[in-house]
Design a protein around this ligand. Structure first.
Ligand code: NAD
Length: 431
């Protein structure tokens, strides 16, 4: 194995597409297969839908080299099939139907000696309970093929770099399976490749994201407590992080994307009784959009026609992805309370709501500006230049991103989530 395999990547989204391109440019003959004709059409038309520039460049190069080809049907004759299909939750329960149907499709063309890799993030036990049964149902003896789970751990915004450099966890179903998968990854990645069993690999991926969710929940709890104490949580966290064994993440308006808010449910759903910490963290983070809305209500009465301009629809800075974005929830809650909302995001794509065409369009007549995402582009906003467009100069910064002193000097009332309040809520010192 190594270079020169026939590989099929199943699912050409954020993960599958760059993975397919990377493998093609490493010398494999890769067929990218997707059930969505729009995805295949967009790729054939030049991949303009791929907003992360290094990913698009990689994909265009791979397609031009003809080592990456596209197909609307699963190809027979590949030696390795790599599943990168979605694993969402419905009502906090894992929806494994994509993994199930993709496994069944692969099973129909799988030959003895072939390699099946699942890269999708899955609840522990999915390889044994969903993937292997799908093979058996199609008459494939799972012992006759190699089966591995190699969860993807890249971060949107640095996908190409991380695909190349990240350490991998490769879980094999039986001795030898992980080695077969390792050889494929070694052909295009430079990071360490650690082998284990499938269940451990499944667990590792999910606990990584759950760890971050819990850490962010802790930061959010500190932000709310600090407001009551009259302390700047951001300063306190930065100082605590100077300790060599402390690394607290940043508070914010909630947790988005389709990994961190989703993956903890894969654990709590497995056993609700022993996962109280995980569930509590999730609740704290899900409550943050409500906290943001509450702060907005404290500053701007929900009279008819009050306009809130929201900066940022993506779930985090400098990415186009709006899935599970806290902005969606904040907008929904504001509208329920009678506010008019306008969302501006120069980076985001495919937002569920409407996006304003320009910053000026978003802020014209607004009673409040709410910063939800720290996109680099927002750092360049000139508070003085936009002031005449606003009905009221009020900035609510949920990320402590904009320079509060500069905005205050331009005549804005500034509220920063977790920032030092002039009116700490409680704590009267006994004299
Ligand atoms: N996006 C991330 O940053 C990220 C990071 C690490 C891990 N993951 C995990 O990777 C997996 C894929 O995520 P994504 O963000 O690439 O999803 P995505 O929605 O961007 O792409 C999935 C693609 O799979 C296609 N698809 C669905 N069912 C199919 C089937 N049966 N056969 C062929 N194609 C099919 C869809 O049409 C879509 O194009 C998920 O499990 C996710 O949790 C994502």
């Amino acid at each position: 194995m190594g270079s020169g395999m026939n590989v099929c990547v199943v699912g050409l989204g954020y993960i599958g597409l760059p993975t397919a391109a990377m493998m093609a440019l490493a010398g494999h003959d890769v067929v990218g297969y997707d059930v969505d004709p729009r995805v295949l059409r967009a790729l054939a038309d030049g991949a303009a839908h791929v907003k992360e520039k290094p990913v698009r460049a990689l994909v265009v190069k791979a397609l031009r080299s003809k080592k990456l080809t596209l197909s609307s049907e699963i190809p027979a004759g590949s030696q390795a099939y790599v599943l990168c299909v979605p694993t969402p939750t419905i009502d906090h329960k894992p929806d494994l139907s994509f993994v199930q149907s993709a496994s069944a499709a692969v099973a129909a063309v799988l030959n003895p000696g072939d390699l099946l890799i699942v890269e999708s993030t899955v609840p522990p036990g999915t390889m044994d309970r969903v993937v292997v049964p799908a093979l058996r149902a199609a008459g494939v003896d799972p012992d006759s093929v190699a089966i591995a789970h190699c969860p993807e751990r890249v971060i949107p915004g640095a996908i190409v770099k991380e695909l190349r450099e990240n350490a991998r966890v490769v879980g094999g179903r039986k001795p030898g399976d992980a080695e077969q998968a390792r050889a494929l990854y070694a052909s295009f990645t430079s990071g360490a490749i650690n082998t284990t069993d499938t269940m451990t690999a499944e667990l590792v991926k999910v606990i990584e994201n759950t760890y971050r969710d819990i850490n962010i929940a802790f930061a959010n709890e500190l932000a709310l407590l600090s407001e009551e104490l009259g302390v700047d949580a951001h300063e306190a966290i930065a100082l605590a992080n100077q300790h060599p064994r402390v690394n607290i993440l940043s508070p914010g308006p909630g947790v988005g994307g389709h990994c961190i808010p989703v993956d903890p449910h894969f654990l709590s759903n497995a056993n609700p009784f022993v996962t109280e910490l995980i569930q509590t963290a999730r609740r704290i983070n899900e409550r943050m959009p409500h906290v943001v809305v509450r702060r907005i209500v404290e500053h701007v009465a929900a009279r008819d026609g009050a306009i809130v301009a929201i900066l940022g629809a993506a779930y985090k800075a400098n990415v186009d992805d709006t899935r599970e974005s806290p902005t969606e929830r904040v907008e929904e809650l504001l509208r329920e309370r009678g506010y008019l909302t306008r969302v501006y995001d120069p980076v985001a794509e495919r937002y569920r709501g409407e996006l304003a065409a320009s910053l000026e369009d978003a802020v014209r007549g607004a009673d409040a500006l709410v910063l939800m995402v720290g996109h680099d582009a927002f750092a360049a906003i000139d508070p003085v230049a936009i002031a005449p467009l606003l009905r009221r100069r009020l900035l609510i910064d949920t990320r402590a991103f904009l320079p509060a002193a500069r905005w205050a000097a331009a005549g804005y009332d500034v509220y920063t989530l977790g920032g030092k309040r002039r009116d700490p809520l409680h704590f009267v010192t006994a004299s």
